[in-house]
Design a protein around this ligand. Structure first.
Ligand SMILES: NC(=O)c1ccc[n+]([C@@H]2O[C@H](COP(=O)([O-])OP(=O)(O)OC[C@H]3O[C@@H](n4cnc5c(N)ncnc54)[C@H](OP(=O)(O)O)[C@@H]3O)[C@@H](O)[C@H]2O)c1
Length: 262
């Protein structure tokens, strides 16, 4: 029988993970500070809820902590079932920070992304030294059922978070900007958005399925003296590579600040 997952914090990411856990056939119980939100999530997904973390601990096999980093300390101070597997998705909070508070609990740190709702998540995870093989297999199974998972060293977690955890927002910003540019140039908003999304999807499929590297695809579309080349020159002049590098650095810096409690 599949383990029961207790999700603590049913905001954007908590709810997204609840829906992918349910699709994968895991029994889910939820707990959330905001009673209205708890009621909404519970009814929407037809799952059981609890009124406290203590009650959740008596019913769930695994605790999945999905609150914001600034609320994390409060949640940790309420957890007593330190023999359970603990999965944390909080950006910036390290395994040792959690283990210090939960007396060497078996902790796995996961960085998911919202694409778990469509089965296309890119998730990274790292495990404390005392996490059993059985726990690792469970976490991998949970994550792989919602997309792809990558086991990494904790030192790589901030960089991974910047690319895949935050990434959906950055890629969506491209779609939003192309939509606006299309609209400015006489295409309806709906059509421009559809074109941008379908192009992103096609590009992603070419890059993931058929073995193309990004550079090859760029060369394939940029014929000399052609139209795309002119657009690429603008991107290069604006310093697109440096801009993306700065985006990743800023996102990583914020993870470090969160760790310091800022
Ligand atoms: N959003 C993403 O795309 C994404 C991606 C990767 C990782 N994450 C990580 O996922 C975590 C949650 O992010 P989010 O965007 O889902 O935030 P969110 O929408 O604010 O959800 C967090 C939920 O937890 C609730 N909460 C706060 N304190 C609680 C407590 N003591 N007990 C139970 N519930 C409590 C909040 O209620 P109130 O609103 O009433 O405080 C809120 O409903 C963060 O640590 C973030 O780093 C998010």
């Amino acid at each position: 029988m599949k383990k029961t997952i207790g999700v603590i914090g049913c905001g954007k990411m908590g709810e997204a993970l609840i829906s992918s856990l349910l699709k994968a056939g895991y029994p889910v119980i939820c707990f959330e500070k905001d009673p209205e939100r708890l009621d909404f999530v519970k009814k929407k997904h037809g799952i059981e809820s609890t009124n406290s973390i203590r009650e959740m601990e008596s019913k769930a096999d695994v605790l999945l902590l999905a609150v914001k980093p600034q609320d994390f300390g409060v949640v940790l101070s309420e957890v007593v079932a330190t023999r359970k597997l603990i999965i944390s998705i909080a950006a910036g909070i390290m395994l040792q920070d959690i283990q210090k508070k939960l007396k060497d609990a078996r902790v796995v740190r996961v960085m998911p992304n919202v694409a778990c709702t469509v089965g296309e998540m890119a998730a990274g995870y790292c495990c404390a030294g005392n996490v059993a093989d059985e726990d690792k297999a469970l976490v991998k199974n949970i994550l792989d059922s919602a997309g792809k998972s990558y086991k990494i060293d904790e030192a790589q977690m901030d960089a991974l978070s910047a690319i895949s955890g935050s990434g959906p927002a950055f890629f969506a910003e491209f779609v939003r900007s192309f939509t606006e540019a299309g609209e400015k140039n006489g295409i309806s908003k709906e059509l421009a958005a559809d074109l941008a999304v379908q192009t992103m999807l096609g590009t992603a499929k070419m890059l993931s399925g058929s073995g193309f590297k990004a550079e090859e695809l760029i060369n394939m579309v940029c014929s000399p003296n052609g139209t795309t080349m002119e657009g690429m020159k603008v991107l290069e002049k604006a310093g697109i590579e440096r801009i993306i590098s700065d985006v990743v650095s800023a996102t990583m810096n914020r993870s470090r600040e969160i760790r310091k409690g800022k």
